[in-house]
Write a protein that binds this ligand. Structure first.
Ligand SMILES: C[S@@+](CC[C@H](N)C(=O)[O-])C[C@H]1O[C@@H](n2cnc3c(N)ncnc32)[C@H](O)[C@@H]1O
Length: 202
């Protein structure tokens, strides 16, 4: 099934907390973002889905863009935010084909990159990230860890250690920080994630 069709169907048929990746409070992502960029900075959440991260970032004064392949996901987040949604740039696009019109201080991705199992899709993503992140800006990438699940949402994933992820991003980025996070899914299981913070060299 084509990727957009898959994700549209997921968000059209499941409630917010029926998806395994749901977080009531996306604290790890919010804390990592605030550790590298002050309020007012530009942040893009790629594959942001219907995540509540945007609520927190808007409340903290960031200039936020949320990109997702499924406009049904973006619609959910927009509705939840109400009037505050007007301050957000919502982009319905496939990250492997998108062309940004400006650059971002922070590129955040929780659980999109690990779905890119084809090398050409990862190459497209990384090319885009390299041009869309400001010099001195940051990539914060959360993926399933090497001991995390092998599939999600019925799709295969590629799992990473921080070293593998840094190697994917290449020498234009330096490793800043990484941490492991055990995500408790709404159904009560645990998914092992790793988050890596990389800085784009000027
Ligand atoms: C596991 S969900 C994570 C959602 C969100 N980041 C969170 O933490 O709640 C993966 C998200 O990536 C989006 N996605 C998958 N492939 C994509 C692509 N090629 N381009 C843009 N978004 C994509 C899906 O629609 C979905 O919202």
């Amino acid at each position: 099934m084509e990727s957009r069709t898959h994700w549209q169907r997921v968000y059209e048929t499941k409630t917010e907390d029926e998806v395994s990746w749901f977080q009531d409070t996306p604290a790890v992502s919010a804390d990592l973002i605030s550790s590298v960029a002050p309020s007012g900075a530009t942040v893009i959440d790629v594959g942001g889905g219907a995540s509540r991260l945007v609520d927190r970032l808007v409340a903290d004064g960031y200039q936020v863009t949320v990109l997702d392949i499924a406009d049904a996901a973006l619609a959910k987040a927009r509705t939840r935010l109400g009037a505050a949604a007007h301050s957000v740039d919502w982009v319905a696009a496939d990250i492997t084909q998108w062309q940004p019109v400006h650059r971002f201080k922070v590129w955040h991705d929780r659980a999109l990159f690990h779905f890119l199992v084809k090398p050409e899709d990862r190459r497209a993503y990384l090319r885009l990230a390299s041009t869309a992140i400001e010099d001195g800006g940051f990539a914060i990438i959360g993926t399933f860890a090497s001991d995390g699940p092998q599939r999600c949402s019925g799709l295969p994933v590629r799992r990473y250690d921080p070293e593998d992820l840094a190697a994917e991003f290449g020498p234009a980025f330096e490793h800043v920080n990484d941490l492991r996070h055990d995500h408790a899914t709404p159904s009560g299981s645990v998914q092992r994630f790793q988050f890596t913070v990389l800085r784009k060299l000027p």
